[in-house]
Design a protein around this ligand. Structure first.
Ligand SMILES: [Zn+2]
Ligand SMILES: [Zn+2]
Length: 296
């Protein structure tokens, strides 16, 4: 069942079905080559699912892995981690960005299934109404913490939630930045994301499609508002600032299925990147992005 009745605007109109928490046991089939790869690797990243139907990002390093958000069922989360060739047993914790159900819907069942703690701001974890057997680490925007061998920096993002954050995950000199669900790019957001080797950045909607589309007026205003979601153009404006030879991968996230099309978002971003961030792709609800590893 849903942990929180609070929905993202898009989720509220897309009629998401609740899912069962009765998840059958799963078996791990991990090829031997993966462990060899882990010893030498830098940060690996796959967006397992993205958009108003559910968000979850898998991030791994030599000492373990993390999930950022848990908007899928436990079974689907595990299935998608295995699908990209990774090992769910390596997950050490779930970082949550905010309490909207497309990010938190699966947090209880995933935390229980993987037996890992949940990291979130007090407002976010309290809205998640986690049961007593799930360990909680309260975090604060601007205060770094360590998890699974990463140094994590949570930072405030402008979104209509109680205390929403994005994350920078650092490992040595390599950094991954994650900012989905943000109405606009604040100076702080730009500052935090500027030196990342990989970015997962919202590219929610095409403004024309949104305004001419089927959403009710109040929802159009919410989505395009300063605490709503980032448009393709606003996302590309940020990417133009970050385009440099050290930017290896850009994954566009939280694309609206109603007010956007991947080719439009990708085209706008590609132009802004001007040849950098060559690993550009768009995450989707249907399937995970391939697990990519950053060069150190
Ligand atoms: Zn949201
Ligand atoms: Zn969302």
């Amino acid at each position: 069942m849903m942990n929180s009745p609070i929905q993202d605007g898009e989720a509220a109109v897309s009629g998401i079905a609740e899912f069962s928490v009765q998840i059958p046991d799963f078996k791990f089939q991990i090829p031997g080559t993966i462990n060899q790869k882990l010893e030498t690797m830098s940060i690996g990243i796959s967006v397992l699912a993205s958009g108003s139907k559910g968000n979850s990002i898998y991030l791994e390093g030599p000492d373990g892995a993390l999930l950022i958000d848990a908007g899928l069922s436990a079974r689907e989360t595990v299935k998608r981690i295995e699908l990209v060739g990774a090992d769910p047993r390596r997950v050490r914790g779930i970082l949550v960005t905010h309490e909207h159900s497309d990010h938190l819907r699966g947090v209880k069942v995933v935390a229980r299934r993987l037996k890992v703690p949940v990291y979130g701001t007090p407002e976010t974890v309290s809205a998640a109404r986690l049961p007593g057997d799930v360990r909680i680490h309260e975090i604060k925007a601007g205060t770094p913490f360590a998890a699974a061998g990463f140094e994590i920096m949570p930072f405030s993002i402008p979104h209509d939630a109680l205390d929403p954050v994005g994350f920078i995950a650092g490992l040595g000199s390599v950094r991954v930045g994650v900012a989905t669900d943000l109405g606009h790019a604040t100076t702080l957001v730009r500052e935090r994301l500027k030196d990342c080797g990989a970015l997962v950045l919202e590219s929610n909607h095409d403004e024309k499609m949104l305004m001419e589309g089927p959403y009710p007026w109040f929802l159009k205003q919410r989505v395009k508002g300063r605490s709503g979601h980032l448009s393709n153009v606003a996302s590309a404006e940020m990417l133009a600032r970050f385009s440099n030879p050290d930017l290896q991968f850009v994954i566009l996230a939280h694309l609206s299925e109603i007010n956007n099309v991947p080719d439009l978002a990708l085209g706008t971003a590609r132009e802004a990147l001007a040849g950098y961030g060559s690993g550009l792709e768009a995450a989707s609800a249907a399937a995970p992005t391939k697990l990519v590893y950053l060069d150190r």
